[in-house]
Design a binder for this molecule. Structure first.
Ligand code: BTN
Length: 249
């Protein structure tokens, strides 16, 4: 294991290659302390949400953060959303218009550039791990069920080095959310609303066996999504958004 270094009161482990930064932290969760980060050059078994694989070639940004004890678990979706908003800010600094696709993907020009995964547990004490994957120079094909093509930061602007991105991310993260008991969405709901993917557009929400159609309305303060459906507003806490294909005339 490489020697860690400190960055703004975070402890950073940098490894060339790991199975998955999520698994790396989970395996060591008992001995590591709050504000530990693992940054990997590549992952051989990167994990996405819903059991998907996250292809992780060299040249991407693969990191996971340990918060211990965990923030209140009701805030978990809000922490992932904050991370997605921060990435859109960093992309915007380079003139790119980036959107947050609920629950927490980052989209540029219709392509998925980044994704987040959050996991929490309670043994030996409560912990929360947030994993972030950003396609910096390569846009690996995303297998199964992802209907959006993958894009990379480099397609749209100058991709930062992974350690530079990590540093900028951590600065924004700490300045946007200093008290773990606070809701990280407080103060950024308008910003989130302005970058909400497909806002006002019709989408299909696929949630396990059910699918729902509606128009994207907003994200609530608890991180749930509001769709305007035929039967009025409906709120969703999980699911996957898909665009509705235009009808052929
Ligand atoms: C998704 O969009 O499905 C979430 C992707 C999350 C990928 C990141 S890469 C760093 C961390 N380690 C993993 O194995 N997964 C997350």
């Amino acid at each position: 294991m490489a020697k860690p270094y400190r960055l703004n009161n975070w402890l950073i482990f940098a490894e060339e290659s790991v199975l998955s930064t999520q698994k790396w932290l989970r395996k060591r969760v008992a001995e590591l302390s709050d504000r530990t980060v693992i940054l990997a050059g590549t992952q051989t078994s990167g994990r996405g949400r819903s059991g998907r694989e996250w292809r992780s070639p060299v040249g991407g940004f693969y990191t996971s953060f340990l918060l211990k004890p965990s923030p209140p678990i009701v805030l978990a979706p809000c922490v992932s959303l904050l991370a997605a908003v921060i990435l859109t800010r960093l992309l915007k600094q380079q003139g790119m218009q980036a959107f947050v696709k609920w629950p927490n993907d980052v989209i540029v020009e219709g392509k998925k550039v980044a994704g987040m995964i959050a996991e929490a547990g309670s043994f030996p004490e409560s912990w929360f791990i947030l994993g972030i994957g950003v396609n910096l120079t390569e846009a690996p094909f995303i297998p199964k069920r992802e209907f959006l093509p993958a894009g990379s930061w480099a397609e749209f602007g100058d991709a930062p080095a992974a350690d530079e991105l990590l540093q900028n991310f951590l600065i924004e993260f700490d300045s946007s959310w200093s008290n773990r008991e606070d809701n990280p969405l407080d103060g950024i709901t308008e910003e989130l609303d302005s970058i909400l993917w497909q806002k006002g557009e019709q989408v299909t929400l696929s949630g396990g066996l059910d699918t729902f159609q509606g128009f994207v309305s907003r994200i609530n303060r608890d991180g749930s999504l509001v769709l305007l459906t035929d039967s009025g507003e409906r709120q969703f806490v999980s699911g996957e958004l898909l665009t509705v294909p235009e009808e052929r005339g």
